[in-house]
Design a protein. Structure first.
Length: 189
């Protein structure tokens, strides 16, 4: 059975974006890029909320037509073009990006059916709003967090307002040179 894994960059105070929705606080460099490639190699289908999906849909297909794109960007754009993508949104009517499945209703039923299919894990990329919904529905099995060395003091968090404790078991961790801690946790059920 596949797992639903949350892959999210977070600040030391638990925010997934700053108060303006920005991500320029993430110390993205070559080592971080290689780590992201390792994560992507484990993904069967990326899962997005509406906002992240729209950002990805508007950017990555353009890379395919960019002769100056890096090998990393081109490889990722090709992967995204071909992989089955899942978007969770109650407000979208359709998802037109190649090979995208839209889940509007019955989220738990649809995600559990996808988990039952063979293949690599389903991985939520960012998408704090959708991640919060999936967390509240008890669908997230594993957490892959890159904890960045910054205190934002506010922003958007996936972990606020849930009310219930979430107990996790550390599976692995490593520190990247930029001070990022990449930690993988299993949900203790």
């Amino acid at each position: 059975m596949r797992k639903l894994v949350l892959f999210m960059h977070v600040s030391l105070d638990g925010y997934a974006s700053d108060s303006n929705g920005g991500l320029d606080w993430i110390p993205y460099n070559e080592e971080f890029e290689k780590y992201a490639e390792e994560v992507v190699a484990q993904v069967g289908s990326p899962v997005y909320g509406r906002t992240t999906y729209r950002l990805m849909e508007s950017y990555w297909p353009t890379v395919l037509d960019n002769p100056n794109a890096s090998k990393h960007s081109m490889d990722h754009a090709n992967w995204l073009q071909d992989v089955k993508k899942i978007v969770i949104s109650g407000t979208m009517d359709d998802a037109e990006w190649n090979n995208t499945m839209l889940i509007k209703d019955n989220i738990a039923k649809e995600i559990n059916a996808l988990k039952e299919q063979p293949g690599k894990n389903l991985v939520i990329f960012g998408s704090p709003g959708a991640a919060k919904t999936l967390l509240q529905l008890g669908l997230i099995d594993e957490f892959l967090l890159t904890i960045c060395p910054v205190v934002l003091g506010g922003g958007k968090s996936v972990f606020d307002g849930g009310g219930e404790k979430i107990r996790l078991k550390l599976l692995s961790s490593r520190t990247l040179k930029a001070g990022v801690i990449a930690a993988r946790y299993d949900l203790v059920k």
